[in-house]
Design a protein around this ligand. Structure first.
Ligand code: HPA
Length: 278
């Protein structure tokens, strides 16, 4: 497999003077958030060996590089999931590549089910912490010390400073934002009602099938991580009448896309203003 460094060099040769500083991963239904990138250079994942091809509807499979409010952004429109059958280690390459390209921060977004009845469909949740219940870890296997340490401290995995700033921006934009713990389930099935009850007892607030592997890879190579979940549904068994399917997840994402885009736009503007080395 191609190395993340070689792939980053190849991408750099195709993006002119744009210097990506922030990586952005768009989850299910949130693809159109990428519309806020000014005149992006677009790479289909097919062109980028190692980014692979997403098999999930709603995951476009493109990397867009350009500026938002004067900040260089590398945006993954679609991601790979462990349940698609990718070996865990293969999930590491895109994030490492974006880090090698100059991104020191990654914003991970996803659609998730709620594990609490006071967290309703359509709400946005900043990820304060996570529980890896999927048994998937892209850091397993031989460790490359030139990328990061064998044993990674996850005590501050979800950057408190970025979360605080995100909340401030949301208040200024009058967008309601909750905060909570994201629990990763392996998928691809939605959970049973008993699993949803167990996950809530464990301390989860939202459940989804992605994001945690990317956070692990990003922390391993020293990137700061911010996470945003769009609650697309209540977890199984929490609503009286609810049938869970991927179409519902995509529709909820489409509904929330403009709100998420507005938040990210304002967040990047503030980051620029605060000159926090972005
Ligand atoms: N469970 C797991 N993943 C999800 C859900 C869910 O209820 N909704 C969107 N992604």
């Amino acid at each position: 497999m191609i190395s993340h460094i070689r792939l980053a060099e190849r991408i750099r040769s195709g993006i002119g003077s744009v210097q990506p500083r922030i990586a952005l991963v768009l989850g299910s239904g949130l693809s159109t958030v990428a519309d806020i990138i000014e005149q992006p250079r677009i790479f289909a994942y097919d062109e980028l060996e190692g980014f692979g091809r997403s098999t999930v509807p709603g995951h476009t499979g493109r990397l867009l590089i350009g500026n938002i409010n004067g900040i260089g952004v590398a945006c993954m429109q679609g991601r790979h999931h462990a349940y698609e059958g990718h070996p865990p280690a293969a999930l590491a390459l895109p994030i490492r590549c974006l880090n090698a390209l100059g991104c020191h921060t990654v914003i991970l977004t996803n659609a998730a089910g709620s594990l609490r009845t006071d967290l309703q469909a359509g709400e946005l949740l900043v990820i304060s912490d996570h529980i890896n219940w999927a048994g998937v870890n892209p850091l397993m296997g031989p460790n490359d010390e030139s990328i990061g340490p064998r044993f990674v401290d996850m005590g501050d995995a979800w950057c408190a400073e970025l979360r605080g700033r995100f909340h401030r921006v949301a208040r200024e934009e009058a967008i309601e934002l909750k905060e909570g713990v994201y629990l990763m389930a392996p998928g691809p099935n939605f959970e049973t009602p008993a699993e949803v009850r167990a996950m809530a007892i464990l301390g989860g607030d939202a459940v989804g099938m992605s994001t945690v592997p990317e956070c692990l890879v990003a922390r391993h190579c020293g990137m700061r991580v911010l996470g945003l979940s769009l609650i697309s549904n209540l977890g199984a068994g929490l609503a009286d009448e609810q049938k869970l399917d991927h179409e519902g997840t995509l529709a909820a994402g489409a509904d929330a896309s403009s709100r998420v885009a507005r938040l990210l736009n304002a967040f990047l503007q503030t980051s620029n203003r605060d000159s926090l080395n972005f």
